[in-house]
Design a protein around this ligand. Structure first.
Ligand code: ATP
Ligand code: MG
Length: 479
């Protein structure tokens, strides 16, 4: 089997669809500077063969294999690699001359495998390539650094590589699978043995049950037979009895028919009675309502009666009271009559007295008039007296003022007298003059004092007159 062609699209650095055609040549070399993408071709081969480890793709996640863009163009949403194998030699008998294995991965993380354009599982891809030396971890892909790993591998690992190359792995795998199936079969057999044991014990118990059931069936048949015999015997006897009873039954049936007729008659009668009864019931209802009404009225009347009785009792009591009061009033009336007669006498006497009083009143009125005149005269006199008193008071005040002035003038006069006395010796004439003036001053003082005394006496007299006039006036008013 040969690798014929490799098509890359959106895988790692291969943004454009790239086809690497290995043609019929035995050897193909890819040459380029560091980082140009040589190892990406090997990664693409291992990826399309089902590599699942992102680290072996030199990334942190599997979607890292999708072209993530460069300075000149944006990233892509899908990575796709297709490997075309030449099957001309018919290594894979069931396939055609060319086998196309494809793998796609979307940015969402979902992916798919295709064989000749048909969607398949990864397992189908692995099964197809089993023992062809192809595989993501097969000896057919020895990338950078792996040759060293193969050379330094331990004998067991190296043997695995050789076995795969020799095509033994397939049989080894099949043997392993057969062994697994055999083991499962042995387990099934063991389970079947267990089941058989269980079934055997159940068969034993079922056999016992079957024996019992057989016995039961036999007994039941015997019982059924005996019972049938008994019942047919009874039936015969009953048939005999029936024959004997038939005439009586016929009679009874006749009686039943008669009774039925009577019953229907009775039912008709009952219906009539029912109608009557319902009428009576309705009437009873009305009567009951009326009775209730009348009872209510009766109760109200009873109540009213008792109220009236109470009122009559109270009225009787008050009538007695009123009678008593009437008697008392009669007595009082008589007393009042007597009193009236007495009062009438008194009134007559009073009338007489009134007449006398009226006469007296008229005389008093004329007296009053006289007294009023006298009063007015007295009043005029009093007013004159008052004026005079006022004049006297004025005079007294003036005299007092004068006396004060004179008293105030005494000390300077005395001083002057002293001075004059001093000057007496020197001025004889002046002494006489001063003495005369002093005497005159004393005389004025004395006359002022006598005027004041006279005024006081007059004032007292006027006051006495005024009091007497007032008393006289009051007395005349009281009369
Ligand atoms: P060396 O000679 O050093 O081994 P190389 O030729 O094997 O180099 P690769 O390792 O195959 O080169 O390629 C590395 C290049 O691939 C880097 O330039 C890297 O930028 C580019 N590359 C890897 N993954 C992606 C990706 N997802 N999208 C775009 N470019 C990628
Ligand atoms: Mg490299």
């Amino acid at each position: 089997m040969r690798l014929k062609r490799l098509e890359l699209f959106g895988f790692k650095s291969f943004a454009d669809r790239t086809v690497i055609d290995f043609g019929q040549t035995t050897l193909t070399g890819i040459v380029g500077p560091n980082g140009c993408g040589k190892s990406n071709v090997v990664d693409a081969v291992r990826w399309v063969l089902g590599e699942t480890r992102p680290t072996s793709m030199r990334g942190s996640g599997m979607t890292d294999v999708i072209f993530k863009g460069s300075a000149s163009r944006p990233g892509m949403g899908t990575a796709e690699v297709t490997m075309i194998l030449d099957n001309d030699a018919g290594v894979l008998e069931e396939r055609g001359p060319e086998i196309a294995i494809s793998r796609r991965l979307y940015a969402s993380g979902e992916g798919e495998y295709l064989i000749d354009g048909q969607r398949v599982r990864l397992k189908d891809v692995k099964d197809l390539l089993f023992d062809t030396g192809l595989g993501s971890r097969g000896y057919s892909v020895l990338e950078q650094g792996r040759i060293d790993a193969v050379l330094s591998a331990n004998p067991a690992q190296r043997r695995a590589i050789f076995e795969e190359a020799a095509g033994i792995s397939r049989y080894r795998q099949r043997r392993h699978e057969t062994e697994l199936r055999l083991k499962r079969c042995e387990q099934d057999v063991e389970r079947l043995d267990d089941l058989m044991g269980e079934l055997r014990s159940r068969v034993r118990s079922l056999k016992i049950q079957a024996t019992k059931a057989e016995k039961y069936v036999t007994a039941k048949a015997e019982w059924t037979e005996g019972r049938t015999r008994l019942l047919s015997h009874r039936l015969l006897a009953a048939e005999g009895t029936l024959e004997v009873l038939k005439p009586a039954i016929a009679d009874l049936e006749g009686g039943v028919a008669t009774l039925r007729e009577r019953r229907s008659e009775c039912e008709a009668g009952i219906e009539g009675r029912e109608a009557e009864r319902s009428g009576v019931v309705a009437e009873l209802g009305t009567v009951s309502a009326e009775v209730a009404q009348i009872s209510g009225d009766l109760r109200a009347l009873e109540e009213r009666k008792s109220q009236l009785a109470m009122r009559i009792a109270s009225w009787t009591a008050s009538t007695d009271e009123e009678t008593e009061r009437a008697a008392a009033l009669g007595q009082q009336f008589e007393e009042r009559q007597e009193e009236l007669a007495r009062i009438t006498n008194e009134v007559d006497a009073l009338r007489e007295r009134t007449r006398v009083a009226a006469e007296r009143a008229s005389s008093l009125t004329s007296q009053g008039r006289e007294l009023g005149k006298t009063y007015r005269q007295l009043r005029a006199e009093v007013e004159g007296q008052n004026e005079r008193v006022l004049d006297s008071l004025h005079q007294r005040t003036a005299s007092e003022n004068k006396s004060v002035h004179l008293r105030e003038a005494i000390p300077p006069m005395t001083e002057r007298l002293a001075r004059v006395t001093e000057r007496f010796e020197s001025s004889e004439g002046q002494v006489g003059e001063v003495s005369a003036r002093l005497e005159a001053a004393h005389g004025a003082l004395e006359s002022a004092a006598s005027v004041r005394e006279g005024a006081d006496v007059a004032l007292e007299r006027v006051r006495g007159d005024l009091g007497a006039g007032r008393e006289q006036l009051e007395a005349s008013r009281a009369q």
